[in-house]
Design a protein. Structure first.
Length: 119
């Protein structure tokens, strides 16, 4: 098991109370989304508008759709940076670090990407 289910449940509850949460995309996310979302830039301020847990395999997902974008952007909480002065920064960073370390230990440290397209 990758995630501590109790920790995830509590973090989701806290995050939902704090929405929207300011965030920045990581360099890896900007690179991987270059074609699908060219307006996504490293220094562009984003907001986490909603969060959900998609299970141990995917972890906590965030809706960070940029204002004015025609594309919906969902990403793992591990692919955004939260400002250090945010009240939940320490808890979010602890989740990100633990999840990233466990995935690396399982050999899943290489990012995988996929795009969902409507039919």
């Amino acid at each position: 098991m990758i995630d501590n289910q109790q920790q995830v449940k509590e973090l989701l509850r806290q995050m939902k109370e704090q929405l929207p949460i300011p965030a920045l995309a990581t360099d890896g996310m900007v690179r991987s989304m270059k074609r699908q979302l060219p307006e996504l830039k490293r220094q562009r301020q984003l907001s986490i508008k909603s969060v959900l847990y998609i299970g141990d395999e995917g972890g906590i997902m965030c809706d960070i759709t940029p204002d004015g974008s025609a594309n919906v952007v969902l990403c793992s909480l591990t692919h955004v940076e939260i400002p250090n002065d945010h009240p939940l920064a320490a808890e979010i960073q602890a989740y990100q670090q633990a999840r990233t370390q466990k995935l690396a230990a399982l050999g899943a440290d290489k990012p995988r990407r996929f795009t969902l397209r409507p039919r």
